[in-house]
Write a protein that binds this ligand. Structure first.
Ligand SMILES: *Cc1c(COP(=O)(O)O)cnc(C)c1O
Length: 428
């Protein structure tokens, strides 16, 4: 559930009409709903409360400082995947003791900064990385703390580019090798390995892959404990799906918790979670205006002012985003956002951006109400991997971001300028 809805026939974010936001801040525009963001965070916290989890929001899903600060204010920690994300987490007021650093390719400089910051733990992905973190910590005269990321070899049944828990992906240490690796690095001088980490993929629309993975890891931790390893926490990663296609597409997190809590209750180790999409996904929409319409062969195109540089998910992951006019005619005010929603007197169109790529589209062969030049469209569920994956391709300044709280809207990232585009270039 989110707070983007049609009231009196037009699209609102909380209590602010989308048209008003577009008129004030321009398009393309990312519009965030504070109530939605906090609602989804609190759902996770409450659902898993019986195991008192440490929740580390995955910054890569949506990293605006204001978004992160709202979550930090709730007591949320951060899952970072680069030095830049660590910087961002700290800028947002993140507590270093609740920051977990993941990723297969951490550089020495990034490792050094993270140790000096005093982060909670590194999630370690390979033997060479383990040895390197130990070495870098030694140079600093400090002791780093880490968890080993295990690849549990389960199929999360998601897009090939976002499945991470199968053996053939680059992530983690194979589960067969796990005990050997824990044994091999039992007594490092400057790295204490006290946790086990998994992240199976994203978005995941089934519960069973989580159950399978958690069972495998709980058993692994039992075997490790029997061998005298002190396992202090189990980080279950993120990946919970959200409703892109229809209101009941994804399990509510309470359902995941119901299935997983019995496996986790009463364990002598802490539980950590790294949700990104579940918190951010439905907390933003992308507003874009129709620039032109055209016919190409048998196809109708609606050309809008947002492109794949603003939202790359359709192109990169073949993902579906519900797209709909902000002020449709009376017959086309949607009661629900559904992939199978049939417009009255509609047409089938490709919604495409201005970029010089055939892959630049937001929607393909999509039944939509009739639109004309100047109409405002909402692209929904754009909060996760939306702005955070945007770029300046085709030298397009990145979109502005606005945070709505009830009846007020605040600019939380200004639209980039042409000067921004060349600001880092030197020596002309
Ligand atoms: C991307 C990522 C997450 C977050 O995934 P979501 O689907 O956004 O919840 C969590 N952990 C790791 C290691 C990741 O790479």
């Amino acid at each position: 559930m989110d707070f983007f809805s049609y009231k009196n026939g037009e699209l609102y974010c909380e209590d602010v009409p989308a048209e008003k936001l577009a008129a004030e801040f321009g398009t393309p525009l990312y519009v965030y709903s504070k109530a939605t963001l906090l609602r989804h965070y609190r759902q996770i916290a409450q659902a898993f409360a019986p195991v008192n989890p440490t929740i580390c929001y995955s910054i890569k899903s949506c990293g605006n400082l204001h978004v992160c600060k709202l979550l930090a204010g709730e007591g949320c920690g951060f899952d970072v995947t680069s030095g830049g994300e660590l910087f961002r987490a700290l800028q947002a007021g993140g507590d270093p003791k609740k920051i977990i650093y993941a990723g297969v390719g951490k550089t020495d400089g990034e490792i050094r900064d993270a140790i000096n910051t005093g982060i909670a733990a590194f999630n370690l992905e390979s033997e060479e990385e383990i040895e390197n973190v130990d070495r870098v910590a030694g140079q600093l005269g400090k002791t780093a703390i880490g968890a080993i990321r295990i690849n549990p070899d389960v199929d999360p049944k998601t897009h090939i580019k976002t499945a991470t828990g199968k053996k053939e992906t680059k992530f983690g240490v194979d589960i067969e090798r796990a005990e050997r690796v824990f044994e091999q690095y039992r007594t490092l001088k400057h790295l204490r390995i006290g946790g086990v980490h998994i992240h199976i993929g994203s978005p995941v629309y089934e519960i069973q892959p989580y159950i399978d993975a958690v069972k495998k890891i709980v058993d692994l931790i039992d075997r490790l404990t029997a061998r005298g390893h002190k396992i202090e926490w189990f980080d279950m990663g993120g990946g919970f799906g959200v409703n892109y296609e229809r209101p009941d597409q994804a399990f509510a997190v309470t359902e995941h918790a119901k299935a997983l809590l019995p496996l986790l209750m009463g364990k002598p180790y802490r539980i950590a979670l790294e949700p990104g999409r579940y918190i951010a996904g439905n907390s933003a929409i992308l507003l874009t205006r129709v620039l032109y319409r055209k016919q190409g062969g048998e196809k109708k195109f609606v050309i809008v002012d947002a492109g794949m540089n603003d939202l790359i998910r359709p192109t990169l992951y073949d993902s579906y985003h519900f797209v709909w006019p902000a002020k449709p005619d009376a017959a086309n005010v949607p009661a629900e956002r559904r992939k199978d929603l049939a417009p009255v007197n509609g047409e089938i169109v490709d919604v495409v951006g201005p970029i010089c790529e055939s892959g630049d589209f937001l929607a393909k062969a999509r039944p939509l109400p009739q639109t004309t030049r100047g109409d405002l469209l909402g692209v929904f569920t754009a909060g996760a991997y939306g702005f955070s994956m945007s770029s300046n391709y085709n030298n397009r300044p990145r979109a502005a971001e606005v945070l709505v709280d009830g009846a007020t809207a605040r600019l939380i990232r200004r639209r980039e300028t042409y000067e921004d585009l060349v600001a880092a270039e030197r020596g002309l």
